[in-house]
Design a protein around this ligand. Sequence first.
Ligand SMILES: [Zn+2]
Length: 455
Amino acid sequence: MDELERRLHGLAQEDGAWLVRVRRDLHRHPEPAWAEYRTAALAAQTLEECGFAVRVGEEALLPQARPRRLSPDSVRGEQARAAGQGTAARWLERMPDGLTGLWGDLRLGAPADADGGDDDEGPLIAFRFDMDANAGIRECREADHAPAAEGFASCRDDAMHACGHDGHVAIGLGLARLLAAMRPELEARFRGRIRLIFQPAEEEGEGAPGMVAAGAVDGVSRLFGLHLSMQAGDSGTLVCGTTHFLATTNFEVFFDGRAAHAGLAPQEGRNALLAACTACTALLGIARHGEGASRINVGEMRGGEAPNAIPAHAWFRGETRGENSDINGFMMAEVRRMVQGAARMHGCTARLLCQSYCPGASSHPELTALVGRVAEEMGGFTRILPSAEFRASEDCCWFMNKVEEDGGQAVYLQLGADRPSGHHTPRFTFDESVLPRGVELLARLALASLARHEG
Ligand SMILES: [Zn+2]
């Protein structure tokens, strides 16, 4: 280990208590999609203090590229809630209408030669962290659940950090502090820019497209995404590169029929609930695709008005997934056809809305190999797995695909962390002792990706 690596390791370890404090504070104050005001303000404030040039609000997230926004009432409610939880007004003002994405750039070293016509700034290396909590999950309050026992369980009943994004934000901010603390030493040896991206609304797959449209990864030569636990499982395990992210579409369908008295004149009705049920069973019978995995789910349905009236309205929502965008496209084409067929069968009409779409992606093999080499050198891992198939969806794919389209490389790594319960369950929490290791690994990956100063 050279002097720089020793410093890096020492600083990451020294920050362990700070990382735990931040993670617990975020865990106690979870914010679901498009309501991440307090989290985003903490991230922006920390990045600014660390010397990063920060972009927030419309500068970091194009409003018209968002697939969904909260109602004005919800926005006001969440802003007031965040203000009540100590979020500074100057950040809230810069994040109007749920525009809670941000990124910060740290420049290392001056451009190679300012007057010699060489304006090479060095590479732009980006890291992406998601910030949102899970809506609709009430955290366990029993004494054998560590966050409850130690007083940092969710302060609200309608959301909790059940996926580890609180840990992702803590790692991202720890990385900012580490790079800032070492800036003079780094500037003597490296040249380039490091960008830390904090993304809202991952859980519904909605946050990334607006940030990509605002230029979050324009010019990025290497992008690193990260998730705690997931397929990496236990503390000590690292998955270097994730492959087989599924493309996915979220949709909802509105069925309209005609009401009628269920006893006197049922023949005059057009049963929208029946049309929805017919469509639902048809969708679950969509043929599998011979060229790769596919999924279909109808997860929520409502319909009807009264027990003695033919239902005039029904609604459901669901999702398709596919091993690639073509297979997901096949699934959605089938959904459209069957929904319309079922509606016609029962004399109803149907309107299908796509709420969000997320493409598939895979990690770049070369960058995956770099993660493996850097992790080996760093040491401290008990198991380093070259890759794992995700078999689920992640809107980090928007960033990954854009970087690769532009000729860069992207990788999504998974850092193992012991957990007593699965992701998205009320008893989810994770082993915080892995946080410094995450910070150190990302810092090493940043250095391995920057240009070296000549001479
Ligand atoms: Zn997650």
